[in-house]
Design a protein. Structure first.
Lengths: 165, 157
């Protein structure tokens, strides 16, 4: 046999990376958001998820309407004290790993509602990863928020990466 | 028969301890708390006010009696609006319920009870409608502290 006909090595025979980075890269593009939508910010949420701004690009396209199948809780709009137990229950039902985005100024801090009814920021009852202020936020701000969350996911330590993996 | 306008309605409603004026096209009737039920009955049966639009209250903390209770009626036949106002004291803020005349009064009276603590005689279902069980006080009263919160979920540290 002619030695020259030896098959050439494939271009990407192997790839070096850190396990955490690999898992982080996979996770950051497979966000499954659960929209907890309560108020007018919903309009902006629809706008940012549909064609023109298209959050599909970030792998965050498919809203799951059960918290058990999602890993990103998007709290969109004002949360009242009366609603707080529901939000807490939804959050508790989500499996780890999970992330939370406070979408809009009401979810962030209560906004201009400083009264008997409104919860002054959802971080009073659940931990929040990314705050997107604005009333409502511009789609660019939402996309920036999602990208910041992706960075955070990519940088973080992933508990499924251990000695056996 | 021509349709009555606000002026003729004002004339028809005047008297019997009722003070009636026309304000911005709305007939405004001020009367004593005991006369509310009879007046509502008259408005519905005789003058064609078939729609109860709102039941609410106004808090005048410096005034005695402290509360105004306000009803808005609309006539889909005459296209007229009537506002009925009465005054009740903070010590015993009770007026008659209109649930016997208008089914829609039920929810609105519950809201008014939530927000101002007005009680409606004859409405047995004054459970919280916008507020929640265990809420103390009445938030639209002027002496309810603006910043007072009554969270249902304990805050994180």
């Amino acid at each position: 046999m002619n030695a020259n006909l030896k098959r050439p090595a494939p271009a990407l025979e192997y790839l070096t990376t850190k396990k955490d980075e690999l898992v982080g890269w996979a996770r950051k593009f497979s966000l499954f958001p659960y929209p907890f939508v309560t108020a007018c910010c919903a309009m902006e949420f629809m706008s940012v998820s549909s064609t023109l701004y298209d959050t599909d690009r970030f792998g965050a396209a498919l809203p799951r309407f059960t918290p058990r199948q999602s890993d990103l809780l998007m709290v969109v709009g004002t949360v009242t004290h009366k609603q707080a137990p529901i939000l807490r229950k939804v959050y508790d039902q989500m499996c780890e790993p999970k992330w939370v985005i406070a979408f809009g100024v009401c979810a962030t801090s209560g906004g201009f509602y400083q009264n008997y009814a409104a919860l002054p920021g959802i971080d009073k009852i659940i931990p929040v990863d990314v705050y997107i202020p604005g009333c409502p936020p511009r789609p660019e701000m939402v996309i920036d928020g999602i990208m910041q969350l992706q960075d955070k996911i990519a940088r973080s330590k992933h508990p499924i990466v251990n000695d056996r993996f | 028969m021509s349709r009555p306008d606000a002026g003729t309605m004002r004339e028809q409603l005047a008297g019997e301890g009722r003070e009636v004026v026309v304000s911005h096209g709305t007939v405004v009737v001020e009367l004593a708390p005991v006369a509310v039920l009879a007046t509502a009955q008259e408005l519905k049966a005789r003058h064609g006010f078939d729609l109860l639009l709102d039941v609410t209250a106004v808090d005048w903390p410096q005034r005695e009696p402290r509360f105004d209770v306000v009803w808005h009626f609309y006539s889909t036949r005459h296209f007229l609006r009537v506002r009925v106002k009465t005054q009740v004291a903070a010590a015993d803020p009770v007026v008659d319920s209109l649930t016997g005349l208008y089914g829609s009064a039920g929810y609105m009276e519950r809201e008014c009870h939530d927000m101002y603590g007005i009680r409606f005689r004859g409405n047995d279902d004054l459970r919280p409608i916008l507020l929640y069980e265990g809420f103390e006080g009445h938030p639209l009263r002027k002496d309810y502290p603006k910043r007072r919160e009554q969270p249902l979920v304990p805050y994180r540290k």
